[in-house]
Design a protein around this ligand. Structure first.
Ligand code: NAD
Ligand code: MG
Length: 298
């Protein structure tokens, strides 16, 4: 029998404690070229109908965490629109293939969500091609490590905020007219929201902002029957880390300082996003679900 997320097993050894070789990819990185490869759930995520008939838009769905969420949502019975950058077509097509193999609809929607117009068109296209929209996962993100403030350019500071926080505002606002009662919005924040690394000043600040926006908007939309929550990953092995997200020399020890002693694999995050999307979490609003290998959080 193949192991899946319901197999009783040791969380320490469910996946090996990887020591990735130093490597570098241009931004945005590709899962295709990542060493070692990751588990996004193709052979390890088992669905049980928890999102049957739902229609989801997921940003950054081509790779890493977003890909794992897209695969899990399809296995749970949802149709999925995937947002990603045009350079990531090869990764996106792989996820599209897996979703279609589940018998679900996959709508690939390449584009740059750092443009307000593109972000709004993305939502319109997703709603039109899925025939509605009732889950929005704001997961796309930009993370570029810079050691010294003097070297952090105005352009990078602005573009990190545009991608990580402005796009959430544009996409969520454009999605609202489509969202029925019962719909859910899930934002990807980070352990960096509470424990900022000194080399991720701009990135960590956006993640704190996402946490705060999630808690405020959850209160605003609660009376309308729309729930907003967030997931805060710890260290997960994804292309973000090798496209200047971390200093290269830190890659071999990535994630080893967590209580579990290893980096997470993207599919280990998927159940959190499934739970928050599903009606089973009906009384959970404004929550940040930490999935981080055991690092204490506020
Ligand atoms: P990833 O590189 O696989 O995913 C990030 C995605 O963001 C890219 O695939 C890309 O499609 C999308 N993106 C970036 N800029 C974009 C733009 N301008 N327009 C459209 N799409 C754009 O890496 P990941 O680690 O899976 O990241 C997903 C989310 O998880 C991010 O928000 C990241 O900050 C967050 N996160 C990751 C970790 C980790 O350790 N990997 C930890 C905490 C939080
Ligand atoms: Mg990608």
């Amino acid at each position: 029998m193949t192991k899946d997320q319901y197999t009783f097993q040791n969380p320490v050894t469910r996946y090996p404690s990887i020591s990735p070789p130093e490597q570098d990819q241009p931004e945005p990185g590709l899962d295709r070229d990542l060493v070692p490869q990751t588990d996004r759930g193709e052979h390890s995520y088992r669905g049980t109908g928890r999102l049957t008939g739902r229609k989801a838009l997921i940003t950054g769905a081509d790779s890493g965490i977003g890909a794992a969420v897209a695969i899990a949502y399809a296995r749970e019975g949802a149709d999925v629109a995937l947002s990603y950058l045009p350079e990531e077509e090869v990764d996106a097509q792989d996820v599209v293939r897996i979703i279609r193999a589940c018998g679900q609809i996959a709508v690939p929607l390449p584009g740059d969500i750092a443009s307000a117009e593109a972000a709004r068109s993305l939502v319109a296209a997703a709603a039109q091609q899925l025939g509605g929209l009732d889950i929005v996962v704001n997961n796309a993100g930009k993370q570029i490590s810079v050691d010294n403030l003097e070297d952090l350019s105005d352009e990078q500071f602005e573009s990190t905020f545009t991608t990580n926080i402005f796009a959430i505002f544009w996409i969520t606002k454009a999605a609202l007219p489509h969202l029925p009662v019962g719909a859910t919005i899930i934002n990807t924040t980070s352990v960096q929201a509470y424990n900022p690394s000194p080399n991720l000043i701009d990135y960590a600040a956006t993640k704190a902002a996402i946490n705060n926006l999630t808690k405020g908007l959850a209160q605003q939309l609660a009376p309308r029957g729309i729930r907003v929550n967030a997931v805060a990953p710890g260290p997960f092995w994804t292309p973000l880390q090798v496209s200047d997200g971390q200093p290269k020399e830190k890659l071999p020890t990535f994630g080893k300082n967590t209580p579990l002693g290893r980096a997470g694999q993207p599919t280990e995050l998927a159940p959190a996003y499934v739970f928050l999307a599903s009606p089973e979490s009906s009384y959970v609003l404004g929550e940040t679900l930490n999935v981080n290998g055991g690092t204490p959080t506020p």
